[in-house]
Ligand binder design. Structure first.
Ligand code: PEP
Ligand code: MN
Length: 347
């Protein structure tokens, strides 16, 4: 439910609303709408109805929010959420590119890749150390040792780092070492993990489940928001369809739908959608043209030797070339590319 106050509501009138809501175990979220205030209320449905029957002196209008999601909804928060990443905001006017290998394979390769993607204009590095693999015999990532390499790289360069968490028990350690916690496609429905990343105050990059509807995807984000972490970036990474010529089908329509329904930043992962490096630039450009706030791209020094996802990884030259076309499309749709923002500039 949303309460809209009269202009210039008095502080004691705001306190009365807050106290009544608290007594009913209802969380309130206040934002400004011109000289009025909008108070979003989240809690048990019966208690919300009870609050709705209360007459408050300062309230002009009470609106039931009839959506399945509340905190993620644009009806709840009209202003778009911007997630701070180093020196930049994802979800603001600029376009953010995050790039790096699927898996961290060693110290040298991650430093080399960080330098290359940063030089080409990426604002953050991605690299997996806990890899959720389809086969239990596949490379599972360097785990704790890899996490330490990421922490070292981050301390040395200041480059923001994104890495995946696959288990609630990893969350605190990963949150200490990197800047963004990624929830992979397989874990979008892992509600315990979503709650756990909702408890920490670190941005979360939430990938859409490969068989999830957009509604289920938003509700997964709602889990994180409901725990008190407002910094969620949504990532469309392709869904499973009858089509077999691509690894997944990039659902470009998810971009405008998510932007209409939510106030959260939306990015595209063209690499996992395509599964084939030759297709990555076209999907990336389509995502930007459709209004995505950024891209998550797999880049490897020698894609054909990559431990994981080599077929869809770009080498440094291909990534730099793609960045030139991305800049052109971004500018055509009225956005500037975000660039730089780490001590790598001087090295
Ligand atoms: C990844 O980013 O390397 C990854 C495993 O992605 P997804 O969860 O989208 O498959
Ligand atoms: Mn991958």
């Amino acid at each position: 439910m949303i309460l809209v106050t009269r202009p210039g509501i008095l502080p004691e009138e705001m306190d009365e609303i807050r106290e009544r809501a608290e007594a009913l175990d209802i969380r309130t979220h206040v934002s400004d709408l011109g000289d009025r205030r909008v108070i979003g209320c989240v809690g048990d449905e019966d208690q919300i109805r009870r609050l709705g029957r209360t007459r408050f002196a300062g309230v002009e209008e009470m609106r039931r929010v009839d959506t399945r999601w509340k905190l993620a909804s644009r009806r709840f928060e009209e202003e778009r959420t911007q997630v701070r990443l180093g020196f930049h905001d994802v979800g603001g006017p600029g376009l953010a590119v995050i790039a790096g290998p699927c898996s961290l394979e060693g110290r040298e390769m991650i430093h080399e890749t960080a330098r290359a993607v940063h030089a080409a204009g990426a604002i953050a590095l991605r690299a997996g150390v806990f890899k959720p693999r389809t086969s239990p015999y596949g490379f599972q990532g360097l785990g704790q040792e890899g996490l330490e390499m990421l922490a070292e790289l981050r301390a040395e360069t200041g480059l923001p780092i994104v890495t995946e968490v696959t288990d609630p028990r990893q969350v605190d350690a990963v949150a200490e070492c990197v800047d963004v916690l990624q929830i992979g496609t397989r874990n979008m429905y892992n509600y315990d993990l979503l709650k756990e990343v909702g408890r920490v105050q670190k941005p979360v990059l939430l990938k859409r489940g490969f068989a999830a509807t957009i509604a289920e995807f938003i509700l997964a984000a709602e889990y994180v928001l409901a725990q008190g972490n407002p910094q969620v970036i949504l990532c469309e990474r392709g869904i499973r369809t009858f089509e077999t010529m691509t690894r997944n089908t990039l659902d470009v329509s998810a971009v405008p739908v998510l932007k209409r329904e939510t106030h959260l930043p939306v990015i595209i992962d063209p690499s996992h959608a395509a599964g084939d490096r030759a297709l990555v630039p076209a999907l990336a450009l389509a995502g930007v043209a459709a209004g995505a706030d950024g891209l998550l791209v797999e880049v490897h020094p020698e894609p054909d030797r990559a431990f994981t996802d080599g077929a869809q990884s770009l080498n440094f030259v291909a990534f730099a070339e793609m960045m030139v076309s991305i800049r052109a499309v971004a500018e055509a749709v009225g956005r500037e590319m975000l660039i730089g923002g780490s001590s790598l500039e001087d090295s």
